[in-house]
Design a protein around this ligand. Structure first.
Ligand SMILES: [Zn+2]
Length: 242
């Protein structure tokens, strides 16, 4: 976070209105945390606040109060300290995009209702569990009243599905160096590289059998050889958005 603070030009956005987010300038960014692990309150919130920042915390509601997850009181405290609380589904399905339409709507509706009840404030933002995003996932979120939906596609542009604003994210993963994390903010080339890698992985994931390894290697080589050619079709996993 300290390294990221040296490259950002403004504090992270905390507005949850889709119009405001869609119109935010090119220096606008957010920092988001999925799943609702206890570290949201014990570690992350304090670190953010010492920089005058607030984060977005997406909670999978079936896990509330379980060991190493935030309790209802802890979620309310995060909200009261100015952090944004959003849904990350109820059960965190393994492949959200494979769920039926009814299941998706139920996951989004119940989780936002539970969280709204906890914080006493409407919950209209969400992030897609596991990065398994599809248009149907977004449509179901819209039907459940979600107006801003974060997926894990590494893109800086936002799109709309119905009236729901879709926002991509770049992934800051375990073991990533601080410099590398900051370069996702400061370097378009670094962002393209993450996008190319995500795209290659996504294509490779649907292939099976002996083809898998060969195709995977070829795609990765192509992706790294010329990131610029991938620029028009960047799509990917994430925690940081800009
Ligand atoms: Zn998750």
């Amino acid at each position: 976070m300290s390294r990221i603070a040296t490259v950002v030009r403004q504090p992270p956005l905390t507005t949850t209105g889709s119009a405001e987010i869609a119109l935010a300038g090119k220096n606008a960014w957010t920092i988001t945390f999925d799943d609702g692990g206890l570290s949201a309150l014990t570690e992350i919130a304090g670190m953010l606040e010492r920089k005058g920042w607030r984060g977005w915390f997406f909670m999978a509601t079936d896990f509330i109060g379980q060991p190493s997850f935030c309790s209802r009181d802890q979620i309310r405290e995060l909200h009261e300290r100015g952090h944004v609380i959003g849904s990350h589904s109820c059960s965190h399905p393994e492949r959200f995009s494979s769920c039926s339409r009814e299941q998706m709507i139920d996951e989004w509706t119940r989780s936002s209702q539970i969280l709204s009840g906890i914080i006493g404030h409407p919950v209209t933002t969400a992030s897609v569990p596991g990065g398994f995003y599809s248009r149907a996932v977004a449509q179901a979120a819209g039907e459940a009243g979600i107006v801003v939906l974060f997926n894990s596609e590494p893109v800086t542009s936002t799109t709309r599905v119905g009236s729901t604003l879709i926002v991509g994210r770049y992934n800051v993963y375990r073991g990533m160096s601080a410099d590398d994390a900051a370069s996702l903010v400061s370097s378009p080339v670094r962002r393209l590289r993450q996008a190319a890698f995500w795209n290659a992985k996504k294509v490779a994931k649907v292939l099976v059998g002996p083809l898998y390894k060969a195709v995977r290697e070829r795609l990765l080589k192509q992706a790294y050889a010329d990131p610029a050619t991938s620029a028009t079709k960047v799509t990917g996993s994430g925690k940081m958005t800009r």
